[in-house]
Write a protein that binds this ligand. Structure first.
Ligand SMILES: [Ca+2]
Length: 326
């Protein structure tokens, strides 16, 4: 009996080794701004997500990359990172990944750009998911101008959304921050949800306890690998700026959880088929104003919008993210 079981296990292992699963082909739409010169350091998480996608090329294959906001800077810095990190693997030459500029203003849903044209062309060739880790403007234009392609979009995986009343207070909870990708272009999210395409929300709630601390990036500073030193010089000021704002010397790599849904879905807890609403009330970042909130709850009865909502990552996911830079 025992022998038979062991044999069965060995057979299973042998089968698994001979049938490697093919990477899922995905489109990446990003507001990457790592290293952009400004009054303060700028967000670095899109860069970590890009590197994580390249690192896990056995799980996801980037068909194309498009930029949204700061599109010229985003285009240049993406090319720079691809030159450093999209390198030959296992003797195979790196497949070039095309990069396209999208909406710069976020006020132009419906106006075609290089990104939306390229996304439409790619979707005409094959079905795939869109990983959209910035504001949703490019995706909304794609949906609005090419409704025939909606069935080709397997799902849109987004870094946004919250459960009702959840404050966004990273670190020592000293300061509220907005739901940036949503608040930059709420109308684009309306277009997305109205289209009926499958939407996965993986934002603040499931990302906030993943942290790149100082010691997690120290090795970049002494690495001989091209690119690492440059990354260190962008990441370290961002960590210090986070300490000023939120009291913790480190940064949350927000955009890695929507990517993680595609690379390591088993590490997430989800609410599936959960109703979604946009609710307007007093702003938690500027109490003199009102603002829209993108919220999910099974209590919402008067909405047709639905999503998969990732609310938690399991132990082990943080290790996977921290390993990306090593
Ligand atoms: Ca982003």
């Amino acid at each position: 009996m025992y022998k038979a079981l062991l044999l069965a296990l060995l057979t299973t292992v042998a089968v698994d080794q001979t049938t490697p699963t093919k990477p899922r082909r995905i489109w990446l739409d990003t507001d990457i701004m790592v290293g952009m010169k400004d009054k303060t350091p700028r967000e670095v998480d899109d860069a970590v997500a890009l590197l994580m996608a390249l690192r896990h090329a056995d799980k996801v294959e980037l068909v194309g990359i498009s930029t949204v906001t700061y599109v010229n800077y985003g285009y240049d810095v993406t090319q720079k990172l691809l030159n450093w990190y999209n390198t030959p693997k296992g003797g195979k030459p790196a497949r070039p990944i095309p990069v396209y500029r999208g909406s710069d203003t976020l006020r132009d849903i419906g106006r075609e750009n290089d990104a939306t044209r390229a996304m439409a062309a790619a979707l005409r060739r094959e079905k795939m998911p869109i990983l959209a880790i910035g504001p949703m403007t490019n995706v909304a234009t794609l949906i609005k101008n090419h409704p025939d392609l909606i069935p080709q979009i397997e799902e849109v995986v987004v870094c946004a959304g919250r459960t009702p009343g959840l404050p966004f207070k990273p670190g020592l909870e000293k300061l509220s921050v907005g739901d940036y990708n949503f608040e930059m272009d709420p109308e684009a999210f309306r277009v997305l949800f109205e289209s009926g395409v499958r939407v996965v929300l993986s934002g603040y709630e499931c990302s906030v306890y993943t942290l790149f601390g100082k010691t997690d990036i120290d090795f970049l500073n002494v690495s001989k690998r091209p690119g690492d030193k440059w990354l260190y010089e962008q990441f370290r000021p961002w960590q210090k700026f986070n300490q000023e704002l939120f009291g913790v010397d480190g940064f949350v790599p927000w955009d890695t959880t929507p990517l993680g849904y595609l690379t390591h879905p088993e590490y997430f807890k989800y609410y599936t088929d959960i109703p979604v609403c946009i609710n307007t009330r007093q702003s938690d970042t500027d109490p003199a104003q009102t603002k829209p909130y993108l919220e999910v709850s099974y209590d919402y009865k008067d909405t047709k919008w639905r999503a998969v909502y990732a609310y938690k990552t399991l132990p082990g996911f943080e290790e996977i993210v921290l390993d990306v830079l090593k």
